[in-house]
Design a protein around this ligand. Structure first.
Ligand SMILES: [Mn+2]
Length: 245
């Protein structure tokens, strides 16, 4: 695994093409250029796209520049891993085919500089997520994907965009942040007990890095909506950085 390793999640790239979205993409491409300079490995820990669904023959044209940049990064020798999130779960054979991205359906465990690192998007981990966990099963089922694929993309994508906006609205942490972080920390402690050294998580839009007295770390990646944060592991040192915007 080539280092430094970079971690991002919850960029939530949308298909609406407004000024805010264009600005976000400029920041993202600047970040990609930085990785190109240093070399290394990029880990996308879910919800890179606000909505991603692979049809048999269609890719959304408003993602063209993003796809192009991913390809450039790959051609520059940067390895890309993508741990799928709840907004970009519906892949087929494009991202890992022509683009050569390593896809991970749920968790991924990698070893970097002798450290065991567990990566997970993290959706559905909270006790209150019972309803969501059920819905997730349905949305990811073969039957659901099969049926959705037959809706015309112009219609299907706008339907999905509205659903996605709603889901993001319901996921705002608000003043629950500390309680949420405490609950998620238990998940990290359980993984540490299994021998992991670092747990990297997205989804909750919390930007925090906690390291315990044994040197085990729990990294919550923030997002690219308000935080513009990313994790970096370089020469064995893990940091949570933010892009200057
Ligand atoms: Mn998410």
């Amino acid at each position: 695994m080539t280092t430094p390793a970079y971690f991002i999640s919850d960029v939530h790239l949308t298909l609406n093409g407004d000024e805010g979205e264009q600005e976000k993409r400029r920041h993202l491409f600047r970040f990609f250029d930085m990785i190109k300079q240093s070399g290394g490995t990029l880990f996308i820990v879910g919800d890179f796209f606000d909505f991603w669904f692979e049809y048999q023959h269609v890719i959304p044209k408003r993602y063209f520049d993003v796809i192009n940049r991913l390809q450039q990064l790959k051609s520059a020798g940067v390895d890309i891993h993508f741990i799928l999130g709840n907004h970009d779960y519906w892949t087929n054979d494009f991202l890992d085919g022509p683009l050569g991205i390593h896809l991970h359906q749920s968790e991924a465990e990698v070893r970097i500089d002798g450290q065991r690192i567990l990566l997970t998007h993290g959706d559905g981990l909270l006790a209150k997520d019972t309803g969501y966990r059920l819905m997730r099963k349905v949305l990811r089922s073969r039957a659901c994907v099969f049926l959705y694929r037959w809706i015309h993309p112009d219609l299907g994508i706008s339907l999905a965009q509205s659903a996605s906006r709603l889901s993001r609205k319901n996921n705002q942490p608000g003043d629950q942040q500390q309680a949420m972080f405490d609950e998620l920390s238990q998940y990290a402690r359980d993984r540490w007990a299994e021998g992991c050294d670092v747990v990297v998580m997205g989804h909750y839009h919390l930007n925090r890095l906690h390291t315990n007295s044994d040197g085990k770390s729990f990294l919550c990646l923030g997002d690219w909506i308000t935080h513009y944060t990313y994790g970096k592991l370089s020469q064995g040192r893990l940091t949570l950085e933010s892009l200057s915007v």
